[in-house]
Write a protein that binds this ligand. Structure first.
Ligand code: HEC
Ligand code: HEC
Length: 391
């Protein structure tokens, strides 16, 4: 009997059991994760609202294990954050009702706005099942980035409710939206150096539904965030109309932002320079000069010693983010020349990395060439290599 069980476990039953344990799904085929219980409602947001970040950079990194304390503490460092519990209950109830009208509940997600929804409800239903199975433990039921594993993961899983993303290919700076392709890339490739895993083995059709559902959670969360922020700051008087009309308005604005992103991609044309050409060596040298010059690109003010001694920054979620160590190989947002160009020209707004938008295209490429070569000493011109890595 024991032998039989053992054999069974070795055979086909093992993957099935594993799937059941991991996923809680009836079958392991794509899109067949169980749906949420019909009576489950999205819980109201009770974690604190970040309104304004301190102007001074933080001294050190956050401690892991507590996601609330760092946000509350912003108030002691010259920033501002609010406890949603200060908002009168009737207004919070109005907000919950407005969110239910526009977005439904986990087992019945939809987007209801004055315009036709860009995402049909059947896509969201599939997306919600997949999300429940593959993302929930980190990103949380509402996309708050506060799933059961989240406090112990550094950097913390992303909170989608602020409506901003880091690794985007769109024009502009600050709170620009990602394209579907940007989200697709992050989901397929994961985010190297963080806990965000690659889902490249998940069928592409399923990844499309995950993009839908992340977009949906971000829209919902943003409506909730903006209204709570106004109410916490200035009470009902801070709203332009009432809670319901404010929700309409924010949703319409956000939908426009997401649609606009698809048409507003930052153009990038890498110059045709061979890696081993003298022109490339020259470009790398100029890039390093710009990097180090406080009146040039000033990268060194945060990426001290090329990022080996980076100065932590507050990110828009109120947590602390270390500037990347640029002498290491792995990059979060890709290592193609156009990824570097976009990161530098557009910045990483949510992490307080400014856009170097005033540099010429040529200067931006010099920096991109330098950053790309930096972790590979063999690709650096001799003088630059010695200055960075020693003789
Ligand atoms: C083990 C934890 C974990 C799981 C599981 C996980 N993520 Fe993440 N995810 C993260 C972390 C951590 C980050 C933030 C990394 C950072 O900020 O540098 C992140 C960030 C993201 C981002 C933000 C990208 C950007 O450009 O700002 C998206 C989108 C995302 N995850 C989607 C998903 C989806 C969809 C799934 C499920 C298919 C998923 N994640 C599963 C941990 C996880
Ligand atoms: C005000 C501080 C600040 C300045 C100035 C700054 N950065 Fe950053 N940079 C950051 C932070 C913080 C991160 C980490 C972002 C994250 O992981 O969320 C970062 C990350 C990066 C990354 C990694 C992107 C990835 O995909 O992993 C690159 C490349 C980079 N910076 C290049 C530059 C260059 C080049 C300059 C100068 C033009 C510059 N930075 C100026 C703060 C700064």
């Amino acid at each position: 009997m024991a032998r039989r069980t053992q054999n069974m476990l070795k055979g086909s039953a093992l993957p099935a059991l594993f799937c059941l344990a991991l996923a809680g799904c009836r079958g392991c085929r794509s899109g067949e994760g169980e749906t949420y219980p019909a009576n489950l409602a999205y819980p109201p947001r009770m974690d604190w609202i970040v309104d304004q970040l301190p102007t001074q950079s933080p001294e050190d990194a956050d401690k892991v294990g507590d996601m609330d304390e760092p946000i509350r503490q912003l108030n002691q460092h010259g920033g501002r954050s609010y406890d949603p519990a200060v908002i009168p209950e009737n207004l919070r109830n109005e907000l919950q009702a407005a969110l239910a009208v526009h977005f439904g509940e986990p087992a019945n997600p939809f987007i209801k706005a004055e315009v036709e929804s860009p995402i049909p409800p059947e896509n969201l239903l599939t997306g919600s099942r997949l999300f429940r199975r593959q993302c929930l433990q980190c990103h949380g039921l509402t996309g708050d980035g506060r799933g059961p594993t989240a406090p112990w993961i550094a950097p913390h899983p992303r909170d989608f409710r602020q409506g901003v993303f880091k690794f985007v290919s769109t024009n502009g700076t600050g709170s620009r939206k990602p394209t579907r392709a940007d989200l697709g890339k992050v989901i397929a490739n994961g985010i190297p150096t963080t806990a965000m895993p690659p889902f490249n083995l998940t069928p592409e059709a399923d990844r499309e539904r995950l993009i839908d559902y992340v977009t949906y959670l971000s829209l919902r969360g943003k409506v909730e965030f903006e209204i709570l922020r106004k109410l916490a700051k200035g009470g009902e008087a801070a709203l332009d109309g009432d809670v319901a009309s404010e929700a309409d308005e924010i949703l319409m604005r956000e939908l426009k932002g997401w649609a606009f992103a698809e048409k507003d991609i930052m153009p990038v044309t890498p110059p045709a320079l061979a890696d081993d050409s003298p022109e490339m060596a020259d470009s790398i040298r100029r890039g390093r000069d710009l990097f180090l010059d406080p009146k040039g690109a000033g990268c060194v003010t945060c990426h001290g010693d090329y990022g080996r001694a980076g100065k932590p920054q507050y990110n828009v979620w109120g947590f602390r983010t270390a500037p990347a160590n640029l002498t290491e190989h792995k990059r979060k947002g890709g290592t193609a020349p156009e990824d570097f160009y976009r990161r530098i020209h557009g910045g990483i707004g949510p992490s307080n990395m400014p856009a170097a938008a005033s540099l010429t295209e040529n200067q931006t490429w010099n920096l991109a060439h330098f950053i790309r070569a930096l972790p590979n000493p063999g690709q650096l011109p001799d003088d630059v290599r010695k200055a960075i890595y020693g003789p």
